[in-house]
Design a protein around this ligand. Structure first.
Ligand SMILES: [Zn+2]
Length: 258
């Protein structure tokens, strides 16, 4: 198990020296958030610093579940470009969102579309040596749109049907209302990475472990009992914490992975 950081946490204007500080603090990998303006620079900085590399594929304007064929082709093309760019730096995983149905009534057709599209994207990722990781998302409690995947069974089914792996976001799981240990058990060997943060059980605050409702308290133990060897990626709110606070947390006893 390796300690990583998502580049969202370094903010929009980090420098090479910030990546060097993270490396000295014991982080072993960086998952670059492709939507950041300096994402391409961050790949270079992280690579130069000797980090292992992954990518969080863009999603805000790129709904993988869209019923619009033009939007989908644009989405596919951008995701493909990023996967290839990651492979050029020897990166190993690409976390992605399954998109959303415009209306919950269309959930079933939407899930079928998403499964086909994941399989097509995996045809790009596999030859690049990149594992696709489907992330669990926060349900729309209005039941208006439907986020894919924001229901535990549908998430497990999509992973099973497409044979991609999972990125388990602990903050999102807390808001989905599921137990961490049970979810890790159910994912089994499909667990590819963890996005680690806490919240108050109401909003996705991306707090450092220990600063929320202690949902991640025993995460290290659960992962160890599964001999999990993948990345545990801190995904911490850069609008609440400075990089120094994130670094300092690593030597704090509240850290679940020390
Ligand atoms: Zn996440």
């Amino acid at each position: 198990m390796e300690k990583w950081l998502n580049s969202w946490s370094v903010g929009l204007n980090a420098q090479l020296s910030d990546f060097e500080r993270l490396n000295e603090a014991g982080f072993r990998g960086i998952e670059v958030l492709a939507e950041q303006g300096k994402a391409a620079d961050y790949l270079v900085y992280a690579h130069r610093t000797g980090f292992n590399l992954g990518l969080h594929l863009p999603f805000h304007d790129l709904n993988l579940a869209t019923p619009d064929p033009v939007v989908y082709e644009r989405t596919f093309s951008i995701l493909t470009d990023w996967i290839k760019r990651l492979a050029d730096y020897g990166g190993t995983h690409a976390t992605f969102h399954g998109g959303y149905a415009w209306f919950s009534e269309e959930k079933q057709e939407c899930l079928e579309r998403v499964a086909e599209r994941i399989l097509r994207l995996d045809e790009v990722a596999k030859p690049c040596g990149v594992d696709l990781l489907l992330e669990n998302l926060i349900p729309d409690h209005l039941n208006y749109c439907h986020q894919v995947a924001s229901n535990l069974n549908e998430w497990l089914e999509l992973i099973h049907n497409t044979q991609v792996k999972a990125c388990l976001d602990t903050g999102h799981l807390n808001l989905m209302g599921h137990e961490l240990e049970d979810t890790i058990n159910r994912l089994g060997t499909s667990l590819g990475a963890m996005h680690l943060s806490e919240n108050d059980g109401k909003a996705d605050l991306h707090l450092l472990p220990g600063d929320g409702n202690h949902f991640t308290k025993d995460a290290g133990e659960y992962l160890t009992s599964h001999q999990f060897a993948g990345p545990v990626i801190y995904e911490i709110n850069p609008y609440k914490y400075s990089l120094q606070q994130i670094i300092d947390h690593q030597s704090n006893t509240k850290s679940v992975l020390t």
